[in-house]
Design a protein around this ligand. Structure first.
Ligand code: NAD
Ligand code: LMR
Length: 329
């Protein structure tokens, strides 16, 4: 072991994503196999007992990298000294419910968590918001953490990125590993735009390799954008193991870097790049290195992509307006 233990706080630890996530963190897949972790689990009081049960199982996993598990029902304590915060706890969308309906219910959760991060997290804190509506929840948390650099608050579109990789690989009969430079733009919602115009498949342009605008517009984009709803319809519950896996990928790449010649998708505070209003937490193509990320610059955006990006960004602006009206940002 080459590092001191890293404190990782997971909210909603007793939920279905938490159950899939914690064991992978404990095994070293979040930060790397030479980094011990101390888990700090936050739950609501009614779910603390279930979180304690998961902690017993974590102990039974005999993970060499797991340096401790503490359970809290108080946000201030849970974020004390934390280096990585995975904000998962929220109310999942159920059948027939639109994500917009969740804004108010979840706003109340992310404000106090932002305040707690501001008050007690470590200086190098990195935050990933998974709980929906993830982009706007991240905005709320960030608004209440004025002493933390804004860019440390991110939201998850890596699941969408991974879904798009899998769909494109299926269409072209290649492995996901053959695909590079795919991008999810905008919101983690049905308006998101999975962009293959800059993607490469074994070095060839992906849009040219597909050469099927009908598939792109009427199958690929809606399939990826509505995959969350498809999973809910099939499982009767929202995606869990795939969401946990994407959270691992997001933080792993943020901390350890993206591979050379590739990029990934992260929802991050906009600096105005690609015409996305500054401050909105929107998904962009990013590269990571040395523990920080950068937006990939200089991509040519065609008219088709422009309209799709604008529509998703408009939804994010509307969500920001809605939470402004609720006094949450
Ligand atoms: P779940 O209902 O199984 O678990 C949520 C847990 O959060 C529960 O145990 C609950 O007690 C806890 N919780 C609620 N309020 C809390 C608070 N204030 N502090 C701490 N814990 C709290 O839900 P899940 O399936 O694990 O999903 C969690 C969230 O992730 C949902 O909002 C879901 O929509 C979202 N999600 C996001 C993505 C993405 O790609 N961004 C993908 C899948 C799911
Ligand atoms: C998902 O993408 O699977 C989740 O965000 C669930 C949802 O509410 O769509």
């Amino acid at each position: 072991m080459t590092h001191a233990p890293v404190n990782v706080t997971v909210t909603g630890a007793a939920g279905q994503i938490g159950y899939a996530l914690l064991f992978r963190i404990a095994s070293g897949q979040l930060l790397g196999t030479d980094t011990p972790v101390k888990l700090r689990l936050l739950e609501i009081p009614q779910a603390v007992k279930a979180a304690e049960g998961t902690a017993l199982e974590l102990q039974d996993g005999a993970f060499p990298l797991l340096a401790g598990v503490d359970i809290f029902d108080d946000a201030k304590q849970a974020f004390e000294g934390t280096n990585v915060a995975l904000l998962v706890g929220a109310r999942p969308r159920t059948k027939g419910m639109e994500r917009g309906d969740l804004l108010e219910a979840n706003g109340g959760i992310f404000k106090p968590q932002g305040e707690a991060i501001n008050a007690g997290a470590a200086d190098d804190i990195k935050v990933l918001v998974v709980g929906n509506p993830a982009n706007t929840n991240a905005l709320i948390a960030q608004a209440h953490a004025p002493d933390v650099p804004a860019e440390r608050f991110t939201a998850m579109t890596r699941l969408d990125h991974n879904r798009a990789l899998a769909q494109l690989a299926g269409k072209l009969g290649v492995s996901v590993a053959d695909i590079k430079k795919l991008t999810i733009w905008g919101n983690h919602s049905a308006t998101q735009y999975p962009d293959i115009f800059h993607a490469e498949v074994n070095g060839k342009n992906a849009a040219e390799a597909v050469n099927d605008q009908n598939w792109l517009e009427n199958e690929f984009i809606p399939r990826v954008a509505k995959r969350g709803a498809e999973i809910i319809e099939a499982r009767g519950a929202s995606s869990a193991a795939s969401a946990a896996s994407a959270a691992i990928d997001h933080v792993h790449d943020w901390v350890n870097g993206t591979p050379a010649g590739d990029w990934t998708s992260m929802a991050i505070p906009s600096d105005g790049s690609y015409g996305v209003p500054e401050g909105l937490i929107a998904s962009f193509p990013v590269t990571c290195s040395g523990g920080s990320y950068e937006i990939v610059q200089g991509l040519e955006i065609n008219d088709f992509s422009r309209a799709k990006i604008d529509a998703s960004v408009q939804e994010l602006s509307d969500e920001r307006e809605a939470v402004r009206k609720l006094g949450l940002v």
